[in-house]
Design a protein around this ligand. Structure first.
Ligand code: OAD
Length: 230
């Protein structure tokens, strides 16, 4: 089981959340990533995510060596590889990973708060858009899990945590729960735990082993080891 966070996409040109300036693309996270922010300032939140989609769809943002290495791991590893990502970008799937859970949602999807329809292929979204299923207007929101909301597919994630033999965390600071607690749960279920990050996360004690460096360099090396190609 592989848990990924913003650090794996940093070398693709997508900024992490908790960089040294403490801001996410010039905004405090609470200004743009909470249901309260969306209720109070919907135009700001729509604009913010429209900009994030434009960035993701620009030619300069491409999967990097770490995303490609994980796709190779899925193809070549003797056992089953499941990725649970906190990232809302689509770089894992573009690199060729298939067994993938987007626990914090997906940037290129919208959700209707009236009928629940989830639509893919979203580029821009605003308060005037109409739901393709129920036809109501002003009901489409980014398909993103905001602070205070429950992440997606938690039952499947619990199953993976209970049964995985190796848990690898890549590029996550370990500040946001429940994901920050996954390594401990996996370890308690008997898995070996490995952290791959630029620096020690907030929960280094949860890992049997850690390697520090840019994901684009260290993830391919670990995948080589796991697939016997080193
Ligand atoms: P953070 O921004 O909190 O942490 C990113 C981590 O990646 C940090 O520990 C960095 O040191 C590390 N990092 C940076 N560049 C790296 C590189 N090139 N290679 C490897 N590691 C690198 O991001 P997350 O932990 O993913 O939630 O944040 C978790 C959640 O907080 C996000 O999913 C998001 C946010 O609020 C929602 O939007 C719901």
């Amino acid at each position: 089981m592989v848990l990924t966070g913003a650090g794996i996409s940093a070398e693709s040109g997508i900024r992490t959340f908790r960089g040294s300036d403490g801001l996410w693309e010039e905004h405090r996270i609470e200004e743009v990533a909470t249901p309260q922010a969306f209720a109070r300032h919907p135009a700001l939140v729509y604009r913010f995510y429209n900009e994030r989609r434009q960035q993701l769809l620009s030619d300069t943002v491409q999967p990097n060596a770490a995303h490609h290495a994980l796709a190779r791991l899925e193809r070549e590893y003797k056992g089953t590889v499941n990725i649970v990502t906190q990232n809302v970008d689509n770089l894992h799937e573009r690199a060729g990973s298939h067994k993938l859970i987007h626990m914090h949602g997906e940037l290129l999807k919208s959700r209707c708060v009236s009928c629940g329809d989830v639509a893919a292929g979203v580029v821009t979204l605003d308060q005037h858009d109409q739901c393709r299923v129920c036809n109501h207007r002003g009901v489409l929101r980014p398909h993103i899990v905001w602070f205070g909301e429950v992440p997606f597919q938690m039952e499947e994630i619990a199953e993976l945590l209970a049964h995985c033999t190796l848990f690898i965390s890549i590029g996550t600071s370990g500040n946001v729960y429940p994901a920050a607690g996954f390594a401990k749960i996996a370890a308690e279920s008997g898995a070996r735990t490995l952290e791959l990050n630029l620096e020690a996360s907030s929960t280094p004690g949860n890992f049997d082993e850690a390697r520090y460096g840019p994901a684009g360099t260290i993830v391919p090396l670990v995948v080589d080891e796991l697939t016997g190609s080193s």
